[in-house]
Design a protein around this ligand. Sequence first.
Ligand code: NAP
Length: 485
Amino acid sequence: MTQRVEVAVLGAGLGGLGMAERLLQSGEESFVLLEKAGDWGGTWRDNTYPGASCDVQSHLYWFSFDEQPDWSRVFAFQPEIKAHIDRLVNRLGLAPRIRLNTEVTAAHWDEAEGVWRIAVSEGEDVVARALVTAWGQLNRPTFRDIAGRETFRGESWHSARWNHDVDLRGKRVACIGNGASAAQLIPEVAEVAGELLVFQRTPNYVVPREDRPYDPEERARYRQREFLQESRDGFYWEHEGWMGAMKQGTDVAAEFTAAARAHLEAQVPDEELRAKLWPDYPIGCKRIIIADTFYPALVRDNVQLVTEKLEGVEPEGVRTADGVLHEVDVIVYATGFETLSFNCALDVRGRDGLQLAEAWRDGPQAYLGITVTGFPNLFMLYGPNTNLGHNSIIAMLECQFEYVLQGLAVGKEKGAALAVRAEAQDAYNAELQRELRDSSFAGSCNSWYKTADGRITNNWKGSVEDYRAATRELDVADYDLVPTP
Ligand code: NAP
């Protein structure tokens, strides 16, 4: 038995759910969301570490087409975001359309029938005219070859797989990493742990966050659409202004560097500690941390910043290159995610059996981050080169939803599947990579945005407005129309 639908969406995180809402709003009822986990919510389901929150203001970090005006504070914590996601699912009655615990094991394009044949781990396989991947960029935890992890006698886990059964009160805890996740969990762990060792390999720029709760009056005001929109627009344009910091050598980059320096000096009195925390690469090269509580946590008496190279994990703790064994009870790996493959290891095959992994043997690439040559009616959300360092991913997703809807409409009208032309994809990527050369991402640092040889596979080259302009109108001339029966 198979389930036949117009659109199969792979993943029920914010990307998949937003797509579902826009499908419904556009009158498309024939779709299914395939979700390998036992709940929806994507990153907001996975990341339950203490202090997990979104460093984009909540008014901006929500869909413009969805009613959700009531947020308790400027930057919401994970439980509130997840609760709003649950409300979205319930309000739209999406639950019956989401197949949980259903992992896609293969997706093959069937040219004769003009459909995607999707094999799943549970229940009926799916046949769909279009496949929309909403599998995210930041959900496959990596430990980046840290040797000896399996020998550790204490408890350990990744930041995105928090073990809430272990009480950290009074414990000696190691946190490996100091990225965006670590910067949020370190202040919370420091409050309860007996001792916290933070292993930092590369310092990050940190700028103020200025979070605060909204008072009841403000909350009432934001329930009126025009005030919410005004607030949202304010945050959006403020972030668009940050774009300058994503280019090397600009005035905005200098302003941001100065703001980060002032933040460090205001919050870290110790000269030696400041020196360890100050980066030597251009701002924006790695993700800028937006936090008010990270530095204050590092100056606490029970917290120590370890900058010595990490040698490996041993039964009793963490060994550094200077020979010191740092004995701990718990290790938290805030070591990030595998971001460069874009899940292409999954058995996705397009025309003539072309595998996505093979098409991407020189690195993931797509047209506008959405369509891929050789894969008709495959649309990607948050695909290659659509991540940002300066603004909300939700805004990028919204551009992608509209583009996908246009693609589906054109396909229906013409009785065809859309296959992006190689010339369009190649020219687009050549220009993209050329422009990215001046970006901060191309600077002298390692990051999850780029491969070891420096090709930037994850980030977009410009502002959200640039992306909106690029995706606003699907140009049919960029596509071959593959007739479907
Ligand atoms: P990450 O930014 O990739 O950070 C991983 C950290 O682990 C880095 O500090 C890295 O050091 C360190 N590390 C990895 N392997 C190591 C090793 N062998 N030895 C020593 N240190 C090691 O991961 P993340 O913090 O989970 O954040 C990933 C992304 O998720 C963020 O950039 C952001 O886009 C998103 N995020 C967003 C929010 C939000 O509020 N919106 C919150 C959390 C995460 P190096 O820097 O030297 O590689």
